[in-house]
Ligand binder design. Structure first.
Ligand SMILES: Nc1ncnc2c1ncn2[C@@H]1O[C@H](COP(=O)(O)OP(=O)(O)O)[C@@H](O)[C@H]1O
Ligand SMILES: [Mg+2]
Length: 376
């Protein structure tokens, strides 16, 4: 990779809010540009309920998303005036529509056909990162701790929390064998509740305004923390469906949700923060003491959630990843740029201590570039 080259990373997370694209240069690692292209509301609903699709519908969604990823990547290159010739490789995580590491055999499915991205840009694409980790006995998730180690592995021990649809945490630093696991719900419960209340007009609790107007039911949140997932030892990962509409209808119910909406939002927000604090106390502090928890993902943009996390994790200091020069929504796409860059150059890119895989592996499958005249 020459000095003016970069790699792109694409992430479409469980929130299904849109596709986030980042351009990254390495040595030193730097996010050059990042943008999230939101999905239309109808597509977001289709993705979130993808489990209900029949085979033909799923196949259609795979191609539909691939075409959207391709169009947005081409747009990103134009918007940021990036010459495709200077892009070594694109890493596309795809959209997880199913992730069941507990089934026999464990399985996972990320969709968004990468051929369309290669076709639209003439740049090779690395995609489908998770299966190889699972074939090596891992959970296929979380993958971002690899970036956490890359960025923070040489400094003081730190905790890295991502709050997308689902929450996940990692620990990295000098003398720490990097590990990580899913902490529980991220924004998903709050997003679903807002969706129900506003009939789909709002996708999330913007700046935590609903939650700020209510009072959390701390006992209720504590009772939810008794769910078996929170007692399970890491490595562990979650399917978004485990904290979806079913959880809301079973635990809050339709009319109660609407009647008492601000209090419900305050409770879901508090519960989400408490599940993170519980993960720190139960599974991390017995192994290591870290002075700082650095939050990334859309949840870091919710001030009420950040306040709850800071209160419940004290004396651990809570910071945002932007304080380290990476935008809150840039970290995950930037991670897939790095993983693709490594896979493309034949280097391992998983974090066995986080996923439980038997050892280092090269994750991802390569869709070759369209154009001739490239070295690879
Ligand atoms: N200003 C904001 N206030 C509150 N929540 C926000 C804000 N911006 C983004 N979010 C939350 O972040 C989510 C998207 O986060 P993201 O990290 O992209 O998750 P994923 O990886 O699951 O797509 C949104 O669904 C929303 O819940
Ligand atoms: Mg997202």
């Amino acid at each position: 990779m020459s000095s003016n080259e970069c790699a792109l990373g694409l992430m479409s997370g469980t929130s299904a809010d849109g596709v986030s694209i980042a351009a990254v240069s390495f040595k030193p690692f730097r996010v050059l540009a990042c943008k999230t292209y939101p999905y239309p509301e109808k597509l977001q609903a289709e993705i979130i309920s993808a489990a209900k699709l029949d085979l033909r519908g799923l196949s259609l969604l795979n191609f539909k998303l691939g075409k959207i990823f391709a169009a947005k990547t081409a747009l990103f290159l134009r918007e940021y005036k990036i010459n495709p010739r200077n892009v070594e490789v694109i890493g596309s995580h795809g959209q997880t529509v199913c992730h069941y590491p507990g089934d026999n055999p464990p399985h996972t499915l990320q969709i968004g056909e990468p051929s369309f991205i290669a076709e639209a840009t003439g740049i090779p694409v690395v995609s489908d990162f998770r299966p190889r980790d699972m074939a090596a006995g891992g959970e296929g998730a979380p993958l971002v701790p690899f970036l956490d180690e890359y960025l923070f592995g040489k400094g003081a021990p730190r905790l890295l929390q991502n709050i997308g649809g689902i929450g996940n945490i990692a620990a990295a630093g000098r003398g720490v064998k990097t590990f990580g696991f899913d902490t529980g719900p991220g924004n998903c419960l709050m997003d679903d509740a807002v969706h129900i209340k506003t009939n789909g007009k709002l996708a999330y609790d913007v700046d935590g305004k609903f939650a700020a107007g209510g009072k959390p039911d701390i006992e209720k949140a504590a009772s939810w923390l008794k769910m078996p997932f929170f007692a399970k030892k890491p490595p562990k990962s979650l399917d978004r469906a485990e904290f979806g509409l079913e959880f809301i209808s079973e635990n809050i119910g339709g009319p109660a949700l609407c009647r008492d909406f601000k209090n419900t939002m305050a409770t879901l927000n508090y519960f989400t923060a408490a599940s993170i604090a519980l993960s720190v106390r139960r599974f991390i502090e017995p192994k290591l003491k870290a002075a700082e928890l650095i939050v990334a993902g859309g949840g870091a943009l919710n001030p009420v959630l950040m306040k709850n996390i800071a209160m419940l994790c004290a004396p651990v200091k809570v910071a945002r990843i932007s304080e380290y020069g990476i935008g809150e929504l840039a970290k995950e796409p930037a991670c897939f740029a790095l993983l693709a860059h490594l896979a493309f150059n034949g280097q391992p890119n998983n974090c066995p201590a986080a996923t439980g895989a038997r050892g280092p592996r090269i994750l991802g499958k390569i869709t070759p570039a369209l154009k001739t005249g490239r070295s690879k």
